[in-house]
Design a protein around this ligand. Structure first.
Ligand code: AMP
Length: 218
């Protein structure tokens, strides 16, 4: 079996991170830990955290650092992640989260932080046609005349537009990315942990670039 991996995938929302992370998690046989998926699951379950997070998510804001750090801490302790590793998608999103993650991963450091680089104009176009399975998180692209919701090929769940994929919320998220998350590129680069990967092109080619970058560092 391929040895596990501990990876962080950074990048603008809509850069294709979700789809590539699912592929990477199958390839390395490690869990795909998406903090957005965790928050959406909590929102569906109607927990206090989920209800509070949903309001923030729908407006395109960021959930508080303490809450996010607590969630990730708990998740990384689970047996699958602590033995084989993980693909972290959507975390860290602020320098405070990155500093906390340094502490959480001190014993088993991250192999590589990947910045999946796709320009803002391209992600805006991709997000407007994005549809997501609300049960398993599989991403699809709508041609514009698909039924709503449609049925997920993978799990049979409802495929819908995300509530936070409206133009206002998307622009707010992209602005927050530039101010809060983009500084992480410098943060990880100065530690020699960063690989910048061009996220434009056929998904198979992007996947190959990603696995090449992991193999070079693992
Ligand atoms: P995503 O699925 O990664 O695009 O995340 C969807 C939304 O969940 C984000 O727009 C934020 O509102 C929230 N979220 C996810 N991860 C984080 C995080 N690490 N810090 C703060 N908010 C987050």
């Amino acid at each position: 079996m391929i040895p596990g991996a501990r990876l962080i995938i950074l990048g603008r929302q809509g850069a294709g991170k979700g789809t590539q992370c699912v592929r990477l998690s199958r390839h390395y046989v490690v869990p795909h830990i998406s903090t957005g998926d965790m928050l959406r699951a909590a929102a569906r379950e109607g927990t206090d955290l989920g209800t509070a997070a949903k309001k923030i998510m729908d407006a395109g804001g960021l959930v508080g650092d303490d809450i996010m750090i607590g969630l990730v801490d708990e998740r990384l302790e689970k047996a699958d992640a602590s033995t084989r590793g993980y693909i972290l998608d959507g975390f860290p999103r602020t320098v405070t989260q990155a500093e906390a993650l340094d502490g959480l991963t001190a014993r088993k450091p991250i192999h590589v932080v990947i910045d999946l680089d796709v320009p803002r104009e391209i992600v805006l176009e991709r997000i407007s046609s994005r549809r997501v399975c609300r049960d398993c998180g599989t991403n699809y692209r709508t041609s514009g005349d698909d039924p709503s919701p449609w049925i997920c090929d993978v799990c049979g769940g409802d495929v819908q537009q995300r509530a936070d994929d409206t133009p206002d919320a998307v622009n707010r998220r992209l602005d927050l990315y530039e101010t809060q998350t983009a500084p992480l590129i410098e943060y990880f680069s100065s530690r020699g942990a960063l690989a910048v990967i061009n996220g434009v092109g056929h998904p198979d080619h992007v996947f190959k670039r990603l696995t090449d970058a992991v193999e070079a560092r693992r």
